[in-house]
Design a protein around this ligand. Sequence first.
Ligand code: ZN
Length: 276
Amino acid sequence: MIRASGLVAALLSVLVSVAPGHAQSGKPGVEKLYILNCGEGVAGDISRWSPGVNEGKSMDFVDTCYLIRHAQGWFLWDTGIPDAVAAMPNGLAPADPKAIHWRRPKTLAAQLDQLQVKPSDIKAMAVSHTHPDHIGNVEMFPTSVLYVQKAEYEWPGADGAPRFKPEHPTTKLEGDRDVFGDGSITILSTPGHTPGHQSLLVKLPKTGAVVLSGDAVHFRDNWDNRRVPALNFNKEQTQASMQKIADTLTKENAQLWINHDKAQRDGLKMSPEFYD
Ligand SMILES: [Zn+2]
């Protein structure tokens, strides 16, 4: 009798530990995720991101934001190109013609409006890093708590300017963070592209686990070949972060969604469709 119940307990513990992509506690956790169009662009020369290869080759880029409905409130990952770019007839031309010429076919505000989500409904937000194509609309959400790595927050901008408005409510991180305490949304510290770059692990109820790359990698070919853009802050950190993401994909049986990869995004459902 004792042996039999011990066996049942052992079997149950195995069943619980192998259930993939589900909140452990039985709470609803993440309910759904919307992919938002936060920019479309053309890179003049993608060897900027893949040193030694793709010399002179132009490529279409996309810029992506992700809106997540959690039982405890809305969470926004990245904010994209500034909405003001939508009103610029020729978009935002870069100083360096090899860089990305961005356009904003749809504003973030209009996409939230379509979902009947007000900026003040966004309980918390995080940006992968502080490059302009990711922080363009942070101040559309002045009351949303911003999760950012301390190393990124304190990284001096041009002329030593702060990266964020000092009055914006902020939680400064030093490493990974389980945002709602149930394991369903976890910020992963993935430095290298910038000093405090971060990625996001999301566990959806039906889709399973997904890692949102930020700019830990920019497109699939660079991921497959572990290439590090020459403009990255730290090459070794970037490689270690790519390995951390690869280990997370294996451990969580997760998909990797690459923020700027147009070919991949073209195959994904865009808002108002969603993943659950
Ligand atoms: Zn970017």
